[in-house]
Design a protein around this ligand. Structure first.
Ligand SMILES: [Zn+2]
Length: 269
């Protein structure tokens, strides 16, 4: 999914994203941009700043006029309230678990890459990484009632890796709450793995008896590729990996459509 603007500002790359919804799924009213939220964080490819243009429904009779519709990309790219990107979190989690690296050695690794974070930040990142696989977090009554209160779900389904051909972290994020509902580490992205992964999110929505208003897919693969190549416009990129990602995206979209009920759209086309 292309960012509308991507500029090199000072020491970080800045990207702007706008919520894709145009009309309120609850009352059909027109949505308007109500707020710009900024977030600056570290990724393995450097520092990144995102501006999220969030929307709200202005209809007088809207049942939920306070609900903010947010663009999915910034939510998936970084942990909320943290200065770390998800690729970095995955990297730290993997290195600590598979190679037993200490936080001190990881911190030196970060310093060598020009990433200025504290050891405490790395510890927090590791705890966050471990919590992604804890299914119980989805069952928290508070989270469930927040979703019920919104009246529907906006999913972002994505995958991240920190090195070519390396392991992949798949995440299913609920964009309106910003919560990761499901995460899985796999060795390779395949159509089947992504379909199975999406199936879990679908089952979760069914369990809550909530409609899935939209699904955004495959954005992070795209963004990371663009960042790696320092490309001002990700739309121009057509490397084999992105082509493959798009094929998988099409397949999951078709599957989601066949599953009927939810209104499925994707911002990657
Ligand atoms: Zn409305």
């Amino acid at each position: 999914m292309p960012a509308s603007i991507r500029l090199k500002v000072g020491t970080y790359t800045r990207c702007e994203f706008t919520a894709k919804e145009t009309h309120c799924p609850l009352c059909g009213g027109k949505l308007r941009i109500s707020q710009h939220a900024a977030h600056v964080f570290w990724t393995l490819k450097g520092r990144l700043g995102t501006i999220s243009k969030e929307k709200r429904c202005l209809a007088a009779d809207c049942p939920n006029p306070k609900l903010r519709y947010r663009p999915p990309e910034p939510r998936v790219m970084a942990i909320s309230h943290s200065n770390l990107g998800l690729d970095l979190v995955f990297y730290i989690g993997e290195k600590r678990l598979s190679q037993g690296r200490t936080f001190r050695s990881l911190w030196r690794d970060m310093e060598a890459r020009g990433i200025r974070v504290t050891q405490r930040t790395l510890q927090n990142a590791f705890h966050y990484y471990m919590s992604l696989f804890d299914r119980e977090r989805n069952e928290e009554p508070k989270l469930r009632s927040r979703m019920q209160g919104n009246g529907g779900l906006v999913y972002a389904l994505d995958a991240v890796r920190y090195e070519p051909k390396g392991p992949v972290l798949c995440v299913l994020l609920e964009v309106l709450t910003g919560e990761v509902l499901h995460a899985k580490r796999i060795d390779k992205i395949t159509e089947k793995a992504m379909l199975d992964f999406y199936g879990t999110g679908k089952a979760y929505a069914d369990g809550l008896d909530l409609p899935i208003w939209s699904v955004a897919l495959g954005d992070l693969l795209w963004e990371i590729e663009a960042l790696r190549k320092r490309c001002p416009d990700p739309r121009r990129l057509e490397p084999p990996r992105v082509k493959k990602a798009k094929k998988i995206v099409r397949s999951v979209k078709a599957h989601a459509k066949r599953a009927a009920k939810p209104l499925v759209s994707s911002t990657t086309s």
